[in-house]
Design a protein around this ligand. Structure first.
Ligand code: PMT
Length: 399
C-alpha cells in the first residue's frame, strides 16, 4: 500500500486521546500521505491546532465560516480524500455521523465524502457500552464505515475496560488494510517463517540466522489483501502481524506437524522458514561439560524431515505451493532443482550472506522461478514490497 499522492482526512474530536492523533498524523506523513486535519471545537481544547498545522503542513479546518478558509473548502477536501479517519471519535461525533447531522466542519465534511471512512471510538467504558452509542456504531458499520474497536485497559477516568484509542501504529496498519485491494479475499494461506532450533543440550542449539522478516512480511501483506492467514513461526523477536493466526514452534518436527495438520484447508502454502536440515541424534538432558583433556567434540547429526517435500507430495492440483531457496552460489541451478524435487509451483530464490539481502536484512533481492519455465527478477527492495510482488505473481499464476 503506497501512501504517496494519497489524500487523507484526519478528523480529531474532543476525546482525551486526541494527543495520540498527533503520532498517527506523523506516521501518515512519514509514509508520504498528504493529510488535512479537521478538528472539532472540543478537540482544540485538548490539543492545539498549531501542532496539527505544523506537522501536517496544511491549514487545519475547524470552522466552516472562518475568514481564512474558502466557503467550499470542506467540499474540496471531501472530494479529494482517498480515506477519512476519525481518531479519536467521541460519542457525540459518532451520534452526529450516524444520523446525518452536519453542524460543524467535521460532521459537514464527512457527509460529503465518498471515500472509505474509519471511525476509532474512544471514551469511558460505560459510555462506549451504552446501548445508544452501540446502536450508532451499528448504523455506521451497516452504512459501510470501518469501525476500529477500542483497546481495553486503564482509561483516563481510572475506569478499567474498553474505550482506549489503539496505538497509532495499529490504526495506521488498519488504514493500510482498509485501502488495500482485496484480491486474496477469503483465500486460506499457510506461511512458515523464521528459523527452527534443534537442541544439543539444555543450553546449546543448532539453528540459523533467519529473523522471520521475509515470512512475516508475506503474512502481513496477504492479510491486508483479504486472505485468512496462518503463520507457523520458529522463534523470532517479531510481533505477530495483526489478524493473522500465529502458531509458534521450535523444532523442524513441530513445524512439520503444524504445517501438515493445516495443509488440507490451505489454498496457498508459502514456505519461507529456514529449517535446520540436520539435528543432533542424541540431545543431552544435562549441559555438556568442557573437558580439559578433550580438545575436540563431535556431535552426531541426523537428517530432519524435508517439510516442503512432504507437502509437495501431498498437495492437490488446486493448491499453490511456493518454496524459498537460500543459496550462496549457483542460485538458478539450485533453485530449479529444488522446485522440481519438491513439486513446487514457484520458488523464490535469494542469495544469502550479503548485508542487504537474505537473512536479517530489511531488504531482499529475489528471483522468482515458475513451474511453466518463466522467471521474474525482483530487484533489491523492502521485504514488504517483495512480499506484495510475490503475491501478485501467485494471483496471476493461479488465474
Ligand atoms: O527470515 P529472514 O531473516 O527475513 O530471512 C529470509 C530468508 C533468507 C530465511 C528467506 O528469504 C529464505 O530464503 N528462506 C528459505 C531458507 C531455506 O531454508 O532455504 P533452503 O534452500 O535450505 O530450503 C529450500 C526450501 O525447503 C525452503 O522453502 C525451506 O523452508 C524448505 N525446507 C528445507 C529444509 C527442510 N528440512 N524442510 C523444508 O521445508
Amino acid at each position: 500500500m503506497d501512501f504517496q499522492n494519497k489524500h487523507i482526512l484526519l478528523g480529531v474530536t474532543g476525546g482525551i486521546a486526541a494527543y495520540k492523533a498527533v503520532d498517527f498524523l506523523r506516521l501518515l506523513k512519514k509514509a508520504g500521505a498528504n493529510v488535512n486535519v479537521i478538528m472539532t471545537g472540543s478537540a482544540q481544547k485538548l490539543v492545539g491546532k498549531t501542532t496539527f498545522e505544523v506537522l501536517s503542513e496544511n491549514p487545519v479546518l475547524s470552522d466552516l465560516f472562518s475568514d481564512t478558509q474558502s466557503s467550499v473548502k470542506h467540499i474540496d477536501l471531501a472530494t479529494r480524500a482517498d480515506a477519512a479517519i476519525i481518531a479519536p471519535a467521541t460519542a457525540n461525533t459518532i451520534a452526529k455521523l450516524a444520523h446525518g447531522i452536519a453542524d460543524d466542519a467535521l460532521s459537514t465534511t464527512l457527509l460529503a465524502v465518498t471515500c472509505p471512512v474509519m471511525i476509532c471510538p474512544s471514551m469511558n467504558t460505560d459510555m462506549y457500552q451504552n446501548i445508544r452509542v452501540q446502536r450508532n456504531l451499528d448504523i455506521l458499520e451497516k452504512d459501510g464505515c470501518h469501525i476500529l474497536d477500542p483497546d481495553s485497559g486503564v482509561l483516563a477516568c481510572k475506569t478499567v475496560g474498553a474505550g482506549r484509542l489503539p496505538d497509532p501504529g495499529f490504526i495506521f496498519d488498519r488504514v493500510e488494510a482498509m485501502l488495500t485491494k482485496k484480491d486474496l479475499d477469503g483465500k486460506k494461506i499457510l506461511v512458515s517463517a523464521g528459523p527452527t532450533v534443534e537442541a544439543i543440550d539444555p543450553v546449546r542449539f543448532v539453528s540459523n540466522h533467519s529473523s522471520g522478516k521475509m515470512g512475516y512480511a508475506i503474512a502481513r501483506a496477504a492479510e491486508k489483501r483479504g486472505a485468512l492467514v496462518t503463520l507457523v513461526s520458529g522463534p523470532v523477536s517479531l510481533e505477530g502481524p495483526v489478524w493473522v493466526e500465529r502458531v509458534d514452534v521450535i523444532t523442524c518436527e513441530e513445524m512439520a506437524d503444524q504445517m501438515l495438520t493445516r495443509l488440507k484447508r490451505s489454498d496457498i502454502i508459502i514456505k519461507v522458514a529456514a529449517v535446520a536440515d540436520y539435528k543432533p541424534v542424541d540431545p543431552k538432558i544435562s549441559k555438556i561439560k568442557k573437558k580439559d583433556n578433550n580438545k575436540d567434540l563431535s556431535i552426531l547429526m541426523t537428517q530432519n524431515p524435508d517439510i516442503l517435500k512432504l507437502i509437495g507430495e501431498k498437495k492437490t492440483n488446486d493448491q499453490f505451493l511456493v518454496g524459498f531457496a537460500a543459496e550462496t552460489d549457483d542460485l538458478e541451478k539450485n533453485a530449479l532443482m529444488k522446485m522440481q524435487k519438491k513439486n513446487l509451483d514457484m520458488i523464490a530464490a535469494n542469495i544469502v550472506g550479503s548485508k542487504d539481502s537474505g537473512f536479517k536484512a530489511d531488504t531482499n533481492k529475489v528471483k522468482l522461478f515458475f513451474k511453466d519455465g518463466s522467471s521474474f527478477d525482483i530487484p533489491l527492495m523492502e521485504k514488504g514490497r517483495v512480499a506484495d510482488i510475490l503475491l501478485d505473481h501467485i494471483i496471476e499464476k493461479m488465474g
